[in-house]
Ligand binder design. Structure first.
Ligand SMILES: C[S@@+](CC[C@H](N)C(=O)[O-])C[C@H]1O[C@@H](n2cnc3c(N)ncnc32)[C@H](O)[C@@H]1O
Length: 336
């Protein structure tokens, strides 16, 4: 029997998220900024319009997309510290008419990101446990269940909340590949050996000794130091501390250590890394430092201020320029 397709349903659900759904205001054209060498780009404006522009200009060009949308918290997020003192108090508004509206907005962006991914590429969507189950079913439909790669749990520590429940201390990151039949980007990462392993075996590499039938008999210790154990899908990484150098005052800023893992393992130097929800520009900053190219987007005034300053601080100053299509034409004319 052919498996019956499963999909998430809600009233008035659009069949095809690539068309603008009801209630979606077609945004004006985004403003495009780029580094002088063209290896970094920032689109100011609604990412729906920015993604549309990119899909037209260079479909299939992105090796890694990381998406950290508002989490449907029903809150308005405010800036902190120096950023708040500079006069921009609201970072972004995370209030939606209902969960379906939030999912529709995400789905419209996901179908565009899918078009932008190269066959070897993948997308990582960062959400929390209140919505991750909906997003996973939606992504199974949009990307195909066969392209599901990982559910990564980001476990952090924070001040305990007063609750008669287990403390909520993790986010969820869902990774889907564009096409699992194609060899995807993959640079293996390792984590520390368990203390018990170190105590018993030390830190040198172990090799299994097997019999003629392939059955493991024992293991031997080699001269070579072990790289550690291949990285699992539960990551213990601290949130950005109030005194951390990387702290920008932008709410929900993700730690560079988290993005470093994602960017290092899932892209190569020179690849395009996309983040349609820039916020404080963490993905762009990490991608730039790791020798990747970045394209990032945001519509908020606070985000714009932070992204420009943060990227200029690492040598990725952004200049306002023509659209990508136009700049390519200009280059072709100049080269002819
Ligand atoms: C959770 S924050 C991202 C934080 C970011 N990962 C960081 O490390 O700073 C979500 C961001 O998405 C932006 N955003 C929400 N809807 C958007 C849209 N339609 N177009 C562009 N940006 C949007 C918000 O302005 C906000 O900056």
């Amino acid at each position: 029997m052919t498996p019956r397709p499963l999909r998430l349903s809600w009233s008035d659900r659009p069949v095809d998220f690539s068309a603008s759904g009801p209630g979606v205001v077609r945004a004006e054209r985004p403003r495009r900024f780029a580094t002088q060498d063209g290896r970094g780009e920032f689109y100011e404006g609604d990412n729906l319009a920015s993604l549309d522009e990119l899909v037209r200009a260079r479909p299939g060009s992105v090796s890694l997309a990381y998406m950290d949308p508002p989490f449907d918290t029903g809150r308005v997020f405010e800036t902190q510290g120096r950023l708040a003192e500079s006069g921009v108090s609201v970072a972004y508004d995370d209030r939606w008419s209902d969960r379906a509206a939030w999912l529709e907005a995400l789905a419209e962006r996901l179908v565009r990101v899918r078009e932008l991914l190269a066959p070897h590429g993948s997308v990582v969507v960062h959400v929390d446990p209140r919505t991750s189950h909906y997003v996973k079913v939606l992504m199974d439909e949009l990307f195909g269940e066969e392209n599901f790669a990982s559910e990564i749990v980001w476990r952090y520590r924070r001040w305990p909340a007063k609750t008669r429940n287990f403390q909520r201390v993790h986010d969820v990151m869902l990774r889907y590949r564009k096409d699992a039949r194609v060899e995807g980007r993959w640079n293996p990462l390792y984590e520390d050996l368990a203390p018990s392993t170190k105590a018993t075996w030390g830190t040198r590499k172990q090799r299994a000794v097997v019999d003629a039938g392939g059955k493991r008999l024992r293991s031997t210790t080699l001269e070579e130091e072990s790289k550690g154990v291949p990285m699992g899908d539960v990551w213990d990484i601290g949130v950005v501390a109030p005194v951390a150098k990387e702290r920008t005052g932008y709410p929900s800023q993700k730690p560079e250590a988290l993005l470093s893992r994602i960017v290092t393992s899932l892209s190569n130097e020179g690849d395009w890394v996309l983040d349609p929800y820039a916020g404080s520009g963490t993905t762009a900053a990490v991608a730039w430092k790791l020798g990747r190219r970045f394209v990032t987007m945001d519509l908020g005034e606070a985000s714009r201020a932070v992204v420009h300053e943060r990227l200029a601080g690492i040598g990725a100053t952004l200049f306002e320029g023509e659209s990508y299509e136009k700049s390519q034409q200009t280059r072709k004319i100049a080269a002819a």
